[in-house]
Design a binder for this molecule. Structure first.
Ligand code: ATP
Ligand code: MG
Ligand code: MG
Length: 306
């Protein structure tokens, strides 16, 4: 494929991500993640994993090649381009956390992506807001540079090389013990806090070494935000158990009411204005769900009130 590199859209520890387009004027735009060939071990591993995956909640793979640019040999991984950037970009743009309806919807999509990875025997190992892309279809998990395949002989909590970003690391990972599926669940909890508050899950921890020490060896968990519903608090408590065995699995979290009742929350949020309720009702696709929603002021169901 003939292609042209455009502007840089992201820089990580070893790779640079640029926007790119095919050189045939077809207008086909994609993202390219490039590393010098001599430092491309993690990018080649990422290519190996991404090329086997096909899931709407995981960034889609478009191929790879090797080029020579400005005297350097580069390994290039092609993937779909997300013009809105990452969840972190959205948080920074609006200078704060996301509304709860969005947090619930994004969390559900991340869980679906993780469900696909975990059922394929893959631990992502670096779930965080900077690694979740925002597209018109919802959010997609990206950056599989730290991802590990749990081999057939190992268990889901098998030890593997510690990878990831300190403030999202689970206690067992910070202690260098193991990095199984439950480590992604802890990191998801940290990401949900970041989405809801716009702040780091450990806002008062200043450097990576202090983060690792506190996460690995204290009895603390990240503070559960006050500005989230009771369901959200319960969801986070179940993600952020220090003991990985006590954390809910991704399949169990998909059944949690923070995820399953997100449609009801949309209506509850609109109850101040009867007109808004009516507008929502016209869009609602399931009358059954409506009958279970209570109006706080009158304690009558929405159907009765209307
Ligand atoms: P890290 O240091 O976090 O491991 P990395 O080198 O592995 O980073 P990525 O996280 O894959 O690289 O990409 C770096 C940044 O580039 C992302 O945080 C995001 O801002 C941007 N980016 C990556 N892929 C895309 C894409 N497909 N569309 C739009 N932006 C992207
Ligand atoms: Mg990254
Ligand atoms: Mg990475």
């Amino acid at each position: 494929m003939n292609w042209t590199r455009g502007r840089t859209i992201g820089r990580g520890s070893t790779a640079t991500v640029s926007i790119a387009a095919t050189a045939d004027n077809s207008g086909h735009v994609f993202a390219v993640k490039s590393s010098e060939l001599s430092k491309s071990e993690s990018l080649r591993r990422e290519q190996g994993i991404l090329s086997t995956l096909s899931c709407p909640e995981i960034v889609s793979y478009k191929g790879f090649d090797i080029t020579s640019e400005n005297g350097k040999v580069l390994y290039n991984l092609f993937m779909e381009y997300a013009p809105k950037g990452t969840i972190m970009d959205v948080i920074q743009k609006q200078n704060g956390g996301l509304d709860e309806t969005t947090v619930r919807s994004y969390t559900r999509r991340i869980l679906l992506g993780l469900q696909f990875l975990h059922s394929s025997g893959i631990v992502h190992c670096d779930i965080k807001s900077q690694n979740i892309l925002v597209t018109d279809d919802g959010v997609k998990i990206a950056d599989l540079g730290c991802a590990r395949s749990v081999t057939a002989t190992a268990t889901a909590t098998a030890a593997c090389t510690v990878a990831g970003t300190p403030v999202y690391m689970a206690p067992e990972v910070a202690r260098g013990e193991q990095q199984g599926f439950a480590a992604d669940v802890w990191a998801l909890g940290c990401t949900v806090i970041e989405m809801a508050t716009g702040k780091s899950p450990w806002p008062d921890v200043k450097d990576p070494v202090s983060a690792l020490y506190r996460i690995g060896f204290s009895s603390d968990v990240p503070e559960i935000p006050n500005n989230i519903s009771k369901q959200g608090k319960d969801f986070l408590t179940k993600c952020l158990k220090r003991n990985p065995v006590e954390r809910l699995s991704v399949n169990e979290l998909l059944e949690h009411e923070f995820i399953t009742e997100s449609k009801c929350q949309v209506v509850k949020d609109q109850l101040d204005s009867p007109i808004s309720v009516l507008q929502k009702l016209l869009l609602w696709d399931s009358m059954e769900e409506l009958e279970t929603i209570q109006v706080p002021s009158t304690n009558k169901s929405v159907m009765e009130r209307i």
